[in-house]
Design a protein around this ligand. Structure first.
Ligand code: DAK
Length: 258
């Protein structure tokens, strides 16, 4: 696939990065950009050399939302039939962990895209928000659902119904952001985290991600059962044998990803 709106790189061993590259419109997310992100991530997901992904923008913006120009032309029925948003849903199928490295604006669909990732590493100067209310809309890709599950009803109501921006510190305090890093290290901070994850046994990382995400869909009883079964499954991997053996032999484990 020819990519026009994203740039791919591998900033560290086992780490695949996708950079949003529409700086003139603050990385606004049009349909083509979302398809390119999904296509690139599915390729990373299938690539055994990649064990963790990073999605990032530039210093000024992670993404200032869905592309308002593109959205403003379409009728509701056209949208429903064309389903230009299918890539958002399909991103949920990515099995490897994804870190959003956020500097600058993460607004509307940009904030939702960051929340769709598994972790957010934010520059101390990053700004988050769901300003759709100011356009006469509401969030359409998880702003009312994923955010409520992550930070609760009271704060989500405040954020969605006022459309105000909130800081990286507030996002961190609310539990939306995993790590805050100095502004100058916004990307390096995410790469550091990705390297840590990429150095872990790959099947356990994958199962850990899946089990955590299941907690959003399952009752506590079913979730605990899912976790337990996957724990037993991991006991059959070479890496689990190696990890426990290495602990007892007081040496560093050597992971095979099997
Ligand atoms: N779309 C298109 N262009 C955008 C944009 C956006 N979201 N955000 C910024 N731009 C463009 C501006 O139009 C401007 O272009 P020119 O005028 O130079 O041609 C350029 O980026 C630079 O922006 P500004 O001149 O405005 O820069 P400032 O520093 O003054 O302001 C700002 C930065 C981020 C505060 C401002 O640009 C802004 O308020 N942007 C809009 C933020 C916003 O309202 N975002 C929410 C959009 S609605 C769904 C999935 C997702 C969604 C819906 C459904 N489904 C799965 C169903 C998502 C909806 C949204 O995100």
């Amino acid at each position: 696939m020819q990519y026009d709106n994203i740039i791919l790189s591998s900033p560290a061993d086992g780490v695949g990065a996708v950079q949003l590259n529409r700086p003139k419109v603050l990385n606004a997310l049009n349909t083509k950009t979302m398809s390119e992100i999904l296509h690139a991530m599915q390729a990373y997901d299938a690539d055994p050399n990649i064990r963790c992904m990073i999605l990032h923008g530039d210093e000024r913006a992670f993404a200032a939302g869905a592309d308002i120009r593109e959205m403003s032309d379409a009728t509701a029925v056209q949208m429903m039939v064309r389903n230009p948003f299918s890539a958002w849903e399909d991103m949920r199928g990515i099995k490897k962990p994804i870190i959003a490295a956020v500097s600058g604006f993460a607004l509307g669909g940009g904030c939702e895209l960051a929340m769709l990732c598994d972790m957010i590493v934010a520059s101390e100067t990053a700004q988050f928000g769901q300003p759709e209310i100011k356009l006469g809309l509401i969030p359409g890709a998880g702003g009312t659902q994923r955010m409520t599950k992550a930070i609760g009803k009271a704060r989500t109501m405040d954020i969605v119904l006022t459309g105000r921006n909130f800081t990286a510190q507030e996002a961190f305090d609310l539990g939306l952001v995993s790590r805050i890093v100095p502004a100058a290290e916004w990307l390096e901070g995410a790469i550091k985290m990705a390297k840590e994850i990429a150095s872990m046994p790959a099947i356990a990382v994958r199962e850990g991600k899946e089990a955590i995400l299941k907690s959003f869909d399952l009752s506590i009883e079913m979730g605990l059962e899912f976790e337990r079964k996957n724990f037993y499954l991991l006991l059959t991997t070479d890496d689990a044998h190696e990890g426990m053996k290495a602990f007892m032999e007081k040496r560093m484990p050597v992971w095979k990803g099997q």
